[in-house]
Design a protein around this ligand. Sequence first.
Ligand code: PMP
Length: 394
Amino acid sequence: MFENLKEQPADKILELMQLYKEDPRSDKIDLGVGVYKDASGNTPIMRAIKAAEKQLWEDETTKSYTGLAGDPGFADAMVKLVLGDTVPREAVAAAATPGGTGAVRQAFDLAKMANPDVRVWVSDPTWPNHLSILKHMGIPFTPYRYFDSETRGVDFVHMIADLTAVMPGDIVLLHGCCHNPTGANLTQAQWKAVIELLLEKEAVPMIDIAYQGFGDGLDADAFGVRLVAEKMPEVIIAASCSKNFGIYRERTGLLMTVSKNTSRTKLNQQSLAYLNRQNFSFPPDHGARLVTMVLNDAELRADWAAELEEVRNSMLGLREQLAGELRQLTNSDKFDFIAQHRGMFSRLGATPEQVAQLRKDHGIYMVGDSRLNIAGLNKTSVPVLAQAIAKVGI
Ligand code: PMP
């Protein structure tokens, strides 16, 4: 049987991590994998999470199963964090999933269950795992243009032109904030225009929100997802707690559906629980419980929000510094987009050859499409990167 297995394409980012590990140079810089790092290159456990963990260790009396959709308290707290007060709670069905990836996977499964012929529209580019999961599941997908490689902003004219071909019932996948891999995001006016188009086309939006709080702030980053939830009759939302709570390995995410027709919520909820049961049964609980504790305790929540702001501002500072260095070195404003981008990533717009040269000649590791993780930098490495970019002639 196993002789029939075929070699699967290697994950480019994980491959890059391996190359970085094997590089003996002590001044190498890792701008690859999408993990937040502080100025000393560590991915710390957030203070509030550590405090909640201590408290949980004291107070937890059982490790028995939770519900199939996870602890309802987690869903309540996360629905509120993502959606605020934009829709009544009765309009939302929600189930805990193993990370945001689990939510994305279950979202596609749900879409297929509701419509076996479903088609998904994805931004070009998008997080490669979106495409890889869709391929694995045999769900057809169509890219829509998103990134302008000249300005390194959103190519909105072509995005709208492509989405004009969307058919009723098609799913349009949008990044809630901090677009991965480009860092280029829709403005509020552009969100409004996309929603108008999707309403007209009777499409179903799916929002993947994995970086709430990393861009312009917790509420500002939820602007798009909240407006979509407010305006559209049905929405699918996949949220990740990996980045904004720093609990990557705990595998904590939430899949939500919003149905304005609240008589649908019960069936939506049942379907989410059913899908969990088929795929992995009960979702992981530890991370979800920590998130719930942090969100529901005023003191822990304030400390978490403050630390998240520190993280966000440190990335903004690095963006400003890098754009400033490059302005001086190139005597032009062509890299100012780095300061405009939001979240952990920016697509630099370098060729694969230039990316390879940065790695070989300068020990600077970024993904082949020239996505760099801003959080992989610190005040000292920013000028080193800027010099290398200027030398390579990007
Ligand atoms: N969506 C996007 C766009 C992401 O970048 C990520 C993290 N790389 C995820 C979802 C899911 O992350 P996780 O499964 O680690 O929560």
